[in-house]
Design a protein around this ligand. Structure first.
Ligand code: WT7
Length: 654
């Protein structure tokens, strides 16, 4: 088959990687999971496997039934009652671990805070009482738009404590993107900060919040953490300083007893249309799923210092900075800023300073560090590292090997973890004490996870072949739907191959059954590991008064995986120039955020279309990637090809 992946490669054009890395005897002998029979056991008794995991949580009421699967809807641990913040905090403090560090936090300017479990519990209870005082009740939605500061997990835990589903919006999103998410979730309260630090500059979070709230009919109160201390616009009666409200609350707010399927959060992610989808995650299955995978995949021990270097605004941060590590009572590192402030060795300085033993980050970061050079990590003592992780996009074998050698000192296993916002938890991954690694492969489905690679007709592709990745059995942290859009939930994930979850990724299995992820097969780009919809960028471009039409594609990029390349046709047959290109790129930043800024804009008199009017994306992809043009006979007007080929590319690197 010649199915196309997002990067324009056909699934047949595959890399062969033959090097293998079995776990060291040393690692294997101490690993949390040592017995390969775990796979068989979980396969034979999926419900039993997960029930055993879920029983390690603290329940106010035990669950009666493990799973109810009425495709495409799953319910897990039915009849049970629990609270996530209790599981993440109270439970550890009651067990005498209150003085253990939950987060070593480091701000970008170099200020630091050490937060123990006891302190986190006390802050969370105060924040929960503050939310109650603002009128937030069980079931009400709260929007959160914050920098990477300890008040962010506190806000999430406080919401979870009172049963108020929250939606965290990444601080790099624009006011408009924030407004859209607030509107869709009908949030009552927004929690934000005056600003956040990024590369020495202040991100104006409060200003953006004000612009977003101006478009919202539902926000009643805005709770503002003081972080950067610059002057901010203020609306009396609506805006409240966090310090002034949270600071005066009682540190006593019992955790609500919540149903297993109570909504924990909504997280918006890009799909193939212009409108982001609100992915719904619930309580018990989610917590059991993330805590189990975290402990088994990262081999978490009581004395580990674990650093997931993602932003909490993405699902990686929700699951593996906040909920799983806290549920497992882990000591974590949290860092506010960019990797090259004040210099390109910031991460390695942090690892040395806090004696980090586990690092989890994205291939884009690794490729950037590769470009900067090994001298930066080599300036620091990183011997405490014992395990490395990768997530967000396929990791090329070269980056894998560099990561292993220059960051891991040749001694750390690398867990390449495949999952999605929708899956909530890691689904395809090595188990570091068992799995023989192959650089670039996410290896095998986690115990209890059933995955397959299928062709266009849904038939399983034999080993050695490529196709679409599907998940064939429910898993506890799976999404429970798209908020207020049941039809889209069915259409997006369950209609392509009925009864099976369609991930939207291409995959291949080699002769040994290893999974190799090949990138998106839909109109979703992966830029620096961030998921961005081509349609969303196109529609923001056409909202500019000069633009008639736009087509956006992901172009291969050695550092960011893909970069955004936009073909733009102007109204009235006008020609574009450098200054308009700049204006359009900034226009997208205003509409969506800087992560979506097109790297290149090419002005063309027309876009190539098929006779039925469909934009020929494959052709545009070839042009953007500088490849030879394919068959052009389906063109509405063959001269278009020539004209867009000769059109001048404009734009520059950031
Ligand atoms: C998409 C999901 C999961 C947290 C971060 C991204 C890609 C994710 C891998 C990996 C190859 C990967 C897929 C997936 N992806 N992890 N280890 N190898 N590709 O979450 O923003 O929901 O994106 O990220 O294409 O569909 P997300």
């Amino acid at each position: 088959m010649a199915t196309e992946t997002g990067s324009g490669k056909t699934l047949e054009a595959l890399y062969r990687e033959d090097r293998t890395f079995p776990p060291s005897r040393e690692f294997m002998s101490k690993a949390n999971v040592r017995d390969p029979k775990i796979y068989e056991r979980a396969k034979k008794d999926l419900e039993g496997f997960w029930a055993e995991q879920a029983k390690t949580l603290h329940w106010f009421e035990p669950f009666q039934k493990v799973l109810e699967w009425k495709p495409p809807y799953a319910k897990w641990f039915l009849g049970g009652q629990l609270n996530i913040s209790y599981n993440c905090l109270d439970r550890h403090v009651k067990a005498g671990k209150g003085a253990k560090v939950a987060y070593f936090w480091e701000g970008e300017p170099g200020d630091t805070r050490t937060v123990t479990y006891e302190q986190l519990l006390s802050e969370t209870q105060k924040a929960a009482n503050a939310l109650k005082e603002l009128g937030v009740r069980k079931g009400d939605r709260v929007a959160i738009y914050m920098p990477m500061i300890p008040e962010l997990p506190v806000a999430m835990l406080a919401c979870a404590r009172i049963g108020a589903p929250f939606t965290v919006v990444f601080g790099g999103f624009s006011a408009e993107a924030l407004a859209g998410r607030i509107t869709d979730s009908e949030a009552k309260v927004l929690i934000t900060a005056d600003g956040g630090y990024r590369k020495g500059n202040v991100v104006p979070l409060k200003k953006n919040s004000d612009d977003a709230v101006a478009q919202s009919k539902t926000i009643q109160k805005v709770l503002v953490v003081k972080r950067t201390k610059q002057e901010v616009p203020w609306t009396k009666g609506r805006d409240i300083w966090w310090d002034e409200l949270v600071g005066v609350q009682k540190a006593d707010c019992p955790a609500e007893s919540l149903d297993s399927e109570h909504m924990l959060y909504l997280l918006y992610t890009s799909g193939t249309t212009a409108k982001p989808k609100g992915i719904v995650h619930t309580t018990a299955g989610y917590l059991a799923g993330v805590a189990t995978t975290h402990s088994m995949i990262f081999d978490i021990k009581d004395d580990d210092v674990y650093w997931c270097a993602a932003d909490i605004g993405w699902v990686t941060g929700h699951s593996y900075i906040v909920f799983a590590p806290l549920a497992n009572g882990t000591t974590g590192v949290m860092y506010e800023g960019v990797p090259d402030y004040p210099d390109k060795d910031r991460w390695w300085a942090i690892i040395e300073k806090y004696k980090v033993s586990i690092l989890y980050c994205a291939p884009t970061a690794i490729r950037t560090f590769m470009k900067w050079g090994a001298e930066y990590p080599q300036k620091h003592d990183m011997k405490t590292l014992r395990l490395l992780g990768s997530v967000g996009e396929p990791i090329n074998p070269e980056a894998w090997l560099w990561y292993q050698e220059f960051i891991g000192g040749g001694r750390c296993p690398i867990v390449d973890t495949w999952w999605m916002t929708e899956t909530g938890m890691i689904l395809i991954t090595p188990l570091p004490g068992i799995t023989t690694l192959k650089p670039g492969s996410a290896t095998f489905p986690f115990p209890g996870v059933e995955a397959d690679v299928v062709d266009d007709d849904g038939k399983s592709v034999p080993l050695g072949g490529a196709g679409y990745l599907v998940i064939t059995k429910p898993w506890p942290a799976m999404l429970r739907g798209i908020y207020k859009d049941e039809q889209r939930y069915r259409d997006t994930y369950w209609s392509r191959f009925p009864g099976r979850y369609f991930a939207g990724d291409g995959a291949k299995r080699d002769q040994d059954g290893y999974f190799w992820l090949l990138g998106r097969v839909d109109d979703v780009m992966k830029v620096s590991g961030h998921r961005i919809s081509t349609t969303e960028v196109e529609s923001s471009l056409v909202s500019h008064p000069t633009v008639a039409e736009a087509a956006v594609i992901g172009r291969e990029d050695p550092i960011t995986g893909q970069s955004i390349f936009a073909f733009v046709t102007l109204r009235g047959g006008n020609n574009g120039d450098e200054s308009l290109s700049k204006e359009l790129r900034e226009h997208v930043v205003t509409k969506i955020g800087s992560i979506a800024r097109p790297k290149t804009i090419m002005f063309t008199p027309e876009l190539p279309k098929t006779r039925s009017g469909k934009i020929m994306r494959r052709l545009l992809r070839d042009i953007a990637n500088g490849q030879a043009l394919g068959d052009t006979t389906t063109l509405a007007d063959a001269t278009v090809v020539e004209s867009i080929r000769t059109a001048s590319a404009s734009g520059k690197d950031d």
